[in-house]
Write a new protein. Structure first.
Length: 298
């Protein structure tokens, strides 16, 4: 348990809850909602229970409860009210908060309990779009503001990957129903594969043959696929690689593969595609702004 984070700055509290630090201080002073400790330099620090309480209060506050009313509720009654509210209409917000807590504490059991509860009421696709994508968007911001460390991010993303693997495996016993072949890969030095894994799930779910090649694939190795198949739909996700300076060169090199296989295509997503000039793209290469946009083409 030595790795569990038990102390949070007011900036951590703001980043994790979305409530401004100034507002937290007002709630603390006016309504006595939190009792932070002070460092020797008089800096506020908050406990894990204070973070959990703030996340619960945030959910109530964002759903029309006035803070003056929340302050009058007995502390041990707040989680039950949140639970009832969640049952009524805000399960997604509550799940995101639970996943954030599981991440902060490296608590796999909490992650699993939360996920299983969602799966009783939602499809995996609904969980991914309604909960995991908003969660990952928040985590990106938390990581950039140093609220969480790379170890937190890796912990939660690997748990999400496990669920994608599990759901994909359930579908892979079926013989592909459609003729198209998809090959999914990440370019060299690219390791961020969560989005690509989910696209693989959608491809398998849609009944296509999928060849998942994974991380950091040398571009020359992809020639092997066009020798085996008359037409290959390549899909890749550019998060950090290739870099802005190298992306046009990469597109040019990949075009030579496509020239050898006129019926093949390359579909691209990710942050780095903003550096691709659409003017240089042949009609065999297409970019997408989101996973939803790409899967709509399947």
């Amino acid at each position: 348990m030595n790795n569990v984070k038990k102390s949070f700055s007011i900036r951590d509290m703001e980043n994790l809850s979305g409530i401004k630090a100034h507002t937290i201080r007002i709630w603390e002073k006016r309504y006595d909602l939190f009792q932070p400790e002070r460092t020797t330099t008089n800096i506020r620090t908050y406990s894990l229970s204070s973070l959990q309480k703030l996340l619960n209060i945030t959910l109530l506050y964002n759903n029309g409860y006035k803070i003056s009313k929340i302050a009058k509720i007995q502390e041990n009654e707040i989680p039950e009210i949140v639970k009832n509210l969640t049952i009524e209409k805000n399960e997604n917000d509550s799940a995101i908060n639970a996943f954030k807590l599981s991440m902060v504490n490296f608590d796999q059991s909490l992650f699993t309990r939360t996920y299983d509860s969602l799966l009783n009421k939602k499809s995996f696709r609904e969980i991914f779009y309604e909960v995991f994508i908003p969660l990952l968007t928040e985590l990106g911001l938390l990581w950039q503001t140093d609220t969480i460390s790379p170890s937190h991010e890796h912990f939660i993303t690997n748990l999400i990957k496990q669920k994608i693997y599990s759901e994909t495996e359930k579908l892979q016993y079926d013989v592909p129903r459609k003729d198209a072949v998809f090959a999914l890969f990440l370019p060299e030095n690219e390791i961020h594969e969560l989005g690509l894994l989910y696209i693989n799930y959608e491809i398998v779910r849609s009944g296509y043959k999928s060849i998942y090649l994974g991380q950091t694939m040398p571009i020359e190795s992809l020639n092997d696929l066009v020798k085996y198949y008359n037409a290959v739909n390549f899909i890749s996700y550019f998060t950090v690689s290739p870099t802005k300076e190298k992306i046009e060169k990469y597109i040019h090199e990949f075009s030579t593969i496509l020239n050898e296989s006129p019926n093949s295509r390359l579909w691209l997503l990710g942050r780095q595609i903003q550096h691709i000039s659409q003017d240089i793209l042949p009609n065999t290469i297409k970019t997408f702004s989101s996973i939803e946009e790409l899967t709509a083409e399947l």
